[in-house]
Design a protein around this ligand. Structure first.
Ligand SMILES: Cc1ncc(COP(=O)(O)O)c(C=O)c1O
Length: 402
């Protein structure tokens, strides 16, 4: 025990000494994972209700993913986008076959996928002969930490402190149709595009209403501007469909993916409909690592696993059970204000700050996370068993009871 305490202490001290102080970390270092379970340096077991912020959607140590990585690493890690790649081509094909006719740009992370989307939107504005193309985004949104992604992020604590931002980005209130109409009235034809999450993730698990999204589609069409969905957190089965936009019954002009696309291996993607794909031509965008053989092989296998097992069906049925249980907990607890979300993308808004609750859950062997100050975010692997999901909720319930 003492030895392990020392091990964690050592990790903590090294981290504080050598890593830039960018994260407010919880006091644990995970050493390995098995399915929906995580183990720390003391081999203490935790139920994973977090999936590394919706990344390890297939759980830890999924055999087919490991095999795909191993097989590919035996052949080749990286060549270059100067050459063709079978792994890239196969991955792009499976993405398109499961979304809509279009083209894929591959990169390494969510923020890079949104950088590509930002350039696409701006390119569309330039094509429309706009002097100052306007980009619309939502308050409370999160799109990443690089400059244009943070410019499109509707959270001042992320946007501020670095001087002048990238460009003309204006914000609309989520689920407020009047706010959307006012923005389109104000900027009209000068709008190049609107980017939005269908479930605001970092901003507190806020699902967008069908009416709001329908209106966004209608107004972008009327003004010849692009509608882009950021599916970085909602994509790859998290909400019970491969992509969250499928719930709404229509497709955007472009969408972005990352996180669970590579099951933990870094990869991002921007998908553009055939109509707008010609906006980005040869030499206009690129990356060294993006779409490397390893990442593509793992992402392709991730699709194969999701499509060949009953994972999406499991998400749908487990989701009903988890929402029911959480609603019951809400009925019996004055600490829970609202239960929100879709599929296994669940937010529990509390009447008090959520971080201390999350810290207590961690002590009792449950990994959840705190977002938007008073929301507990629950995102287990899509493959979690009913039994472990229920055990995790038992822990949460006991913590909320105090
Ligand atoms: C909706 C959304 N967009 C973009 C990002 C940024 O992704 P990354 O951290 O891979 O750059 C995130 C990350 O949390 C996200 O949730």
């Amino acid at each position: 025990m003492n030895e392990t305490k020392n091990k964690f202490q050592e990790t903590k001290e090294l981290t504080e000494k050598y890593l830039l102080n960018t994260y407010n970390r919880y006091p644990v270092a995970f050493k390995y994972g098995v399915g929906e379970l995580l183990f720390d340096q003391d081999n203490k077991e935790y139920i994973d209700f977090q999936s590394g912020i919706s990344v390890t959607n297939l759980g830890h140590g999924e055999a087919d993913i490991i095999e795909a990585l191993r097989e590919q690493s035996d052949r080749i890690f990286h060549s270059s986008n100067l050459y063709y790649s079978e792994e890239q081509a196969k991955l792009a094909q499976v993405i398109i076959e499961n979304s809509f006719p279009g083209k894929v740009f591959l990169c390494n992370s969510g923020t890079e996928a949104n950088e590509a989307a930002f350039k696409l939107i701006r390119r569309h504005g330039i094509n429309k002969n706009l002097e100052k193309p306007v980009v619309l985004a939502l308050h409370s949104s999160f799109h990443g930490r690089t400059f244009s992604s943070m410019t499109m992020t509707g959270n001042s604590s992320i946007r501020e402190g670095f001087g002048e931002l990238a460009a003309d980005v204006h914000f609309v209130t989520p689920n407020d149709q009047q706010s959307l109409i006012s923005a389109f009235d104000k900027y009209g034809e000068n709008i190049a595009g609107l980017i939005m999450e269908l479930i605001i993730g970092e901003g507190g698990i806020i699902p967008m209403s069908q009416g709001f999204v329908n209106l966004a589609r209608k107004l972008t069409e009327e003004t010849n501007s692009l509608l882009v969905f950021d599916e970085i957190q909602t994509g790859m089965g998290r909400t019970g469909k491969m992509f969250c936009f499928e719930h709404y019954g229509f497709a955007p002009d472009a969408f972005t993916l990352a996180k669970a696309l590579g099951s933990g291996f870094p990869i991002g993607a921007m998908i553009v409909s055939d109509e707008y794909a010609p906006l980005i031509g040869k030499g206009m965008h690129g990356t060294t690592f993006g779409g490397n053989h390893l990442a593509c092989a793992v992402a392709y296998e991730t699709f194969k696993v999701i499509l060949s097992r009953n994972i999406l069906e499991h998400v749908e049925t487990l989701s009903v059970n988890m929402f029911q249980r959480l609603e019951n907990m809400k009925a019996n607890s004055s600490l829970i204000k609202e239960v929100r979300g879709r599929g296994l993308h669940i937010g529990l808004e509390l009447t008090l700050p959520s971080r201390p609750i999350v810290e207590e859950c961690l002590k009792r062997g449950l990994v959840v996370n705190s977002t938007a100050n008073n929301v507990i975010r629950i995102m287990p692997p899509l493959t979690i068993s009913n039994e472990k999901a229920s055990e995790g909720l038992d822990i949460l319930e006991s913590v909320l009871k105090g």
